[in-house]
Write a new protein. Structure first.
Length: 319
């Protein structure tokens, strides 16, 4: 009964749930899964936990497919949060850039510790930590005066192959039937749109916003309000490495818990005498959680001191 109570507490009380689980010999609370998690161990059990690898090299290595997009800046904050939990130094990170087709392979073979993506990008041998932001499929058009996707009836909409199904599903309930042109990936769909071969392009809304900002005349293009299929975006790790997955999860949860507790990067040092049990656990006054994660007792304090709570991160990057 105690084990089940611990697991049911939820995200905002992850700290309490984890402590109860370890204290009573239960399995720790199960991480949030964006999609399937392969059951194989890391490299068939021949590779050490990425937690030990990152600690040994003294930095966290995160992979990125591009260095320019705003959402990727948001992703990097959670790479920095993970580094802060380990080293009390959010600058102890290295960003390695990969072609989008090779990024997840680099994660799977241990070249990098973390990547970021959605359920659509998660393949066998990879696992997703807690989502750190929700996005959704949207449509950008250069049709003058258009404010709704219903104004695109009979017109060409380019879309990446991986986004075709959610786009078609979303359109079923709407009184519009555009001509859908499927392309290999988002960049190919965007190129067709820019060349005028489609009057609209579908894609993840944050990617559309980034692409719009890079166009020659952004004001000619509008990202329509309609959004389909909300997509959780999360840190990705190699499957079969629960120690590392728990640490990455904890870094994400720490930012959320701090915001709920009203703890900020400015106030984190001024809470040493808190009597709130949740706050005391979060601040590392009650031993156990850090040890169970393989981290110092003040790991959550390190995260907030270095990168801030979730609201601070969001406002700094996306607000």
């Amino acid at each position: 009964m105690l084990c089940m109570s611990a697991i049911r507490i939820g995200i905002s009380s992850f700290f309490a749930a984890t402590l109860l689980a370890f204290a009573f010999g239960c399995a720790p609370p199960r991480p949030i899964e964006v999609t399937r998690v392969a059951t194989s161990t890391v490299d068939g059990g021949r590779r050490p936990s990425q937690l030990d690898t990152a600690r040994g090299r003294g930095r966290v290595v995160c992979g990125a497919a591009t260095s320019a997009q705003v959402l990727h800046d948001f992703d990097r904050e959670f790479c920095r949060a993970t580094a802060a939990a380990l080293f009390d130094d959010a600058t102890s990170v290295e960003i390695r850039h990969f072609d989008p087709t090779s990024l997840l392979g680099a994660l799977h073979n241990g070249q990098i510790d973390l990547a970021f993506g959605s359920g659509a990008t998660l393949g066998d041998g990879l696992a997703a930590a807690a989502p750190h932001v929700f996005d959704g499929l949207g449509v950008m058009t250069q049709v003058r005066g258009a404010s709704s996707i219903t104004e695109l009836n009979g017109l060409g909409v380019c879309v990446a192959a991986q986004d075709e199904a959610p786009l078609r599903t979303g359109l079923v309930s709407l009184p519009v039937r555009p001509v859908i042109s499927v392309q290999a990936d988002f960049q190919a769909a965007l190129s067709k749109y820019v060349d005028g071969q489609c009057v609209a392009v579908a894609g993840v809304r944050s990617s559309l916003a980034d692409a719009r900002a890079e166009l020659a005349d952004p004001h000619r293009h509008v990202v329509l309000a309609t959004a389909f299929s909300p997509v959780p975006r999360a840190p990705l790790v190699a499957a079969g490495d629960p120690r590392w997955l728990n640490v990455v999860n904890a870094a994400v949860y720490a930012t959320i818990e701090a915001e709920e507790l009203g703890i900020t990067s400015a106030s984190i040092s001024g809470n040493p005498a808190s009597v709130d049990p949740r706050a005391r656990l979060f601040l590392g006054h009650d031993a156990g959680l850090g040890r169970s994660l393989g981290l110092s007792a003040d790991w959550a304090v390190r995260v907030i001191r270095n990168v801030g709570n979730y609201g601070e991160i969001y406002n700094r990057i996306l607000g």
